[in-house]
Design a protein around this ligand. Structure first.
Ligand SMILES: [Fe+2]
Length: 160
């Protein structure tokens, strides 16, 4: 035994994740909070749209999207707390921008663009997350977003 650590492996659980190519705790928390604010915005857009959209195809789509966005808000909040931090209570600026669009089809197109942004964020984040539980949750979130993007795309085409 010497006092000098011979390799990063010797640091064990204390190893700095950023040294290993993984995102640091702060980076992960920042990304999760950004996603949480985006999902909260999405949930609020879908809820308001569901109430106001007359076309049943749009309102049914918004019901599904709203349920999923709320689910991811809960998951992200849980994961942030698990990391010992407080979840952001803010709503992403996306909400106001989406609600400025009155036409149901145009708003849905805008919402889908937001959902694609979330998928890109998740795809960039996942390879940098070592934590298996968090990784599995983010993967589910990305998969379901892809499903809902396709579903919305079908409604957009149909209503065009
Ligand atoms: Fe979303």
């Amino acid at each position: 035994m010497t006092n000098e650590p011979s390799s990063p492996v010797c640091y064990g659980a204390g190893a700095d994740d950023s040294y290993m190519g993984y995102a640091s705790r702060d980076e992960i928390l920042a990304a999760l909070n950004e996603l949480l604010e985006a999902e909260r915005a999405g949930a609020r857009v879908a809820l308001a749209s569901r109430k106001s959209m007359q076309d049943v195809r749009f309102s049914e789509l918004m019901r599904i999207v709203r349920a999923d966005e709320a689910r991811w808000c809960a998951m992200l909040s849980r994961q942030i707390r698990r990391l010992g931090a407080l979840p952001s209570r803010r709503t992403g600026a996306f909400y106001g921008r989406a609600m400025d669009i009155d036409d149901p089809r145009e708003r849905t197109i805008f919402l889908n663009r937001g959902q694609s942004w979330v998928v890109r964020k998740l795809d960039a984040l996942m390879p940098r997350v070592r934590d298996e539980v968090l990784h599995a949750n983010l993967r589910k979130m990305a998969e379901k977003h892809r499903t809902n993007i396709d579903l919305a795309e079908a409604v957009i085409q149909e209503a065009g």
